[in-house]
Write a protein that binds this ligand. Structure first.
Ligand code: LMR
Length: 329
């Protein structure tokens, strides 16, 4: 082993002389905040496997799960600076740099997983990806996690009045803030690593997240009630440092692009299975009272949250609001 070469700080090259003699390896450092047994964690592993396969091991994807390198507040800047080469933040976290990504936070924007895929693969996805380049980033894929569910440690969340004066942990997004304002609740953005503690200590009463995140972070230990509301969607933009991408050869770009395409197709199916499996596991713990929102209740929530679309226009623009409304029809 010749060790690390220090001349490249954006995408280190490792020289290794095992068996085949001297060989150059490009490293993609991929940082994310969730665990490995999550939709994003498993998708990242699949992507790494495919990149290795398609590049004959000349590009290595190194995974840094659980926010061990950066939390979500720092990872976008770290990517832009080239300290890491790949991240997959939630839509809300991306919106801190590109506000239009808040379009994906709109409540009741997607009726089902098919509608989410239409958004990913259609006009909405391409508008959002197109906004990254001027920020020194390139969007390689859109990954699903799943629909958000409401949780609380205070009381079941069924009627609109149940939300009044509860304090919710949220992702940083004015659209999500607006959603809870319509419900007369208060909000505080807290990074994922600190969510468990904030719920345990009573700093917040409530939250919204996917089954997978509630399960893998054991939030069911600190939230007594969950409503299966599917009221919003949590997914990720998979984003590479653009200077790093531009430095890859055409053949490397092709291999990485294909690996991403295949990993994404796999990931978006896997996310559905994993959330459903983990819902069963969650029920088995017996630690949460679970309410499934009825169609009537859902219609009431949806109506109450309609004004969020009006507010969101200032952040995401009319074109994206129209595109989301088109999907809702
Ligand atoms: C959250 O902070 O709740 C999520 O964005 C975490 C994640 O990456 O799924």
């Amino acid at each position: 082993i010749f060790g690390f070469s220090s001349q490249f700080n954006n995408g280190q090259r490792v020289y290794d002389d095992e068996q085949s003699g001297l060989r150059e390896q490009t490293v993609i450092r991929f940082s994310f905040v969730v665990a490995e047994n999550t939709p994003k964690g498993q998708a990242a592993q699949e992507f790494a496997r495919l990149v290795k396969l398609k590049t004959n091991d000349t590009i290595k994807v190194e995974l840094f799960p659980n926010g061990t390198l950066y939390n979500e507040y720092d990872e976008v800047a770290a990517l832009q600076q080239g300290s890491i080469q790949l991240i997959a933040p939630s839509f809300s976290n991306i919106s801190e740099v590109v506000p239009e990504w808040m379009a994906m936070d709109l409540p009741f924007a997607f009726r089902n997983e098919e509608a989410v895929q239409q958004a990913f693969q259609g006009k909405i996805g391409s508008i959002l990806m197109g906004k990254l380049e001027s920020k020194g980033m390139i969007g390689l894929g859109l990954w699903a996690n799943g629909f958000q569910q409401m949780t609380s440690n205070k009381r079941p969340l069924v009627e609109l009045e149940d939300f009044r004066n509860l304090k919710f942990r949220i992702l940083p997004s004015e659209v999500i803030e607006a959603q809870f304002r319509q419900l007369n609740a208060t909000t505080v953005p807290i990074p994922f690593n600190k969510v468990y503690r904030s719920m345990e200590s009573g700093e917040v009463d409530s939250g919204e997240n996917t089954i997978s995140n509630i399960y893998s972070r054991k939030l069911y230990q600190v939230q007594k009630y969950m409503t299966i509301s599917n009221h919003a969607y949590l997914g990720y933009g998979v984003i590479m440092n653009k200077a790093f991408w531009d430095k890859l050869s055409a053949a490397q770009q092709k291999a990485v692009g294909e690996a991403m395409q295949e990993a994404t197709a796999w990931a978006n199916q896997n996310a559905i299975h994993l959330n459903s499996k983990q819902l069963d596991e969650l029920k088995k713990t017996g630690q949460m009272d679970i309410h499934v929102l009825s169609d009537e209740e859902r219609a009431e929530w949806e109506q109450a949250l309609e004004p969020v679309y009006q507010e969101a226009r200032a952040y995401v623009g009319q074109e994206l609001i129209d595109a989301v409304n088109e999907l809702r029809r």
